[in-house]
Design a protein around this ligand. Structure first.
Ligand SMILES: Cc1cc2nc3c(=O)[nH]c(=O)nc-3n(C[C@H](O)[C@H](O)[C@H](O)COP(=O)(O)OP(=O)(O)OC[C@H]3O[C@@H](n4cnc5c(N)ncnc54)[C@H](O)[C@@H]3O)c2cc1C
Length: 261
């Protein structure tokens, strides 16, 4: 069985800056880390190959620097990594990203189950896994919190609902988007880190996938028109006083002066 995990490298959000004048997000110095939601899918992907035998493949579309995120997944126990990287991919929206990922899955060919995170920490569209399922005409299930079994070409999962969960069956291959509850991510071992350094990561370009620039990258259907910072919040104010009663009185007077009361 081949369990393919869709992993996105996302910027360290604390390092992201916004250029309000230009209406752009500045990502150059923002580093890169595994999209937090994908950590759970990676862990489940590794547990599945340990439980059912087979291999776990990490599939990422992104810039060259995404290689570090793939290596981090290999250090955890994933077997193979594929990086989809091409200047034609730059600027892809979620539908275009799904088109590129779907082409790569077709090229992989022998996958059993595709796992993804629930949403990305930067774009947060949550559309990618469903779009990949639609493009490949595969069963797609979101909000999966447990994989109960994989047997006789059938997948049985628990899907979170507002007041409990559904038990769903799907034929394989299928695509699932994982909830946090699915598995607690492990930490990498030193041995795993050393082994990951030596592994070869496969790289596929647009030409390797047999796709051109139509409807991907800069030709995506959606464009980010403008980005701006949220308005700055006013600094808080401490109301002083010698006693609780005096603080309450001072607060009351301030609210009256500010015409809040
Ligand atoms: C207008 C626009 C321009 C963009 N330009 C760029 C750019 O120049 N460079 C760039 O790197 N990104 C760019 N992106 C973001 C990138 O293309 C996203 O990967 C894509 O939009 C997926 O949507 P999402 O981030 O909302 O993921 P979601 O749909 O929220 O993600 C759900 C899950 O899908 C999987 N997934 C999502 N994206 C990927 C991926 N790339 N590889 C593997 N698995 C994935 C993950 O498992 C993730 O948890 C752009 C997005 C937009 C809208």
């Amino acid at each position: 069985m081949n369990f393919v995990v869709l992993v996105k490298q996302t910027p360290d959000i604390s390092l992201v800056k916004i250029d309000d004048a230009a209406g752009k997000v500045l990502l150059a110095d923002a580093g890169g880390t595994i999209n937090p939601s994908d950590e759970y899918a990676v862990e489940e992907g590794i547990r599945l190959k340990e439980r059912f035998e087979g291999k776990t493949t990490i599939l990422t579309m992104g810039a060259e620097k995404s290689e570090s995120t793939i290596r981090a997944c290999l250090a955890l126990g994933a077997d193979e990594g594929i990086l989809l990287c091409d200047p034609l991919f730059e600027g892809s929206d979620s539908q275009a990203t799904a088109k590129i990922l779907a082409a790569a899955l077709k090229k992989i060919g022998d996958y059993t189950l595709v796992l993804s995170g629930k949403q990305s920490a930067d774009e947060e569209s949550s559309q990618t896994p469903a779009a990949v399922a639609a493009l490949l005409d595969l069963p797609g299930i979101g909000f999966v919190k447990k994989i109960e079994d994989i047997k006789d070409n059938t997948l049985v999962v628990h899907r979170t609902t507002e007041d409990g969960y559904d038990v769903l069956e799907a034929t394989l291959p299928a695509i699932i988007a994982c909830e946090k509850e699915i598995a607690d991510p492990r930490l990498p071992s030193l041995k795993g880190k050393m082994a990951a350094k030596k592994k070869t990561i496969t790289r596929w370009s647009a030409a390797d996938l047999g796709i051109d620039g139509a409807a991907i990258g800069g030709n995506s259907a959606t464009k980010r028109a403008k980005v701006s910072s949220p308005p700055q919040r006013k600094a808080g104010e401490f109301i002083e006083g010698e006693s609780p009663a005096e603080i309450a009185e001072n607060l009351y007077q301030k609210l009256k002066t500010d015409q809040v009361l």
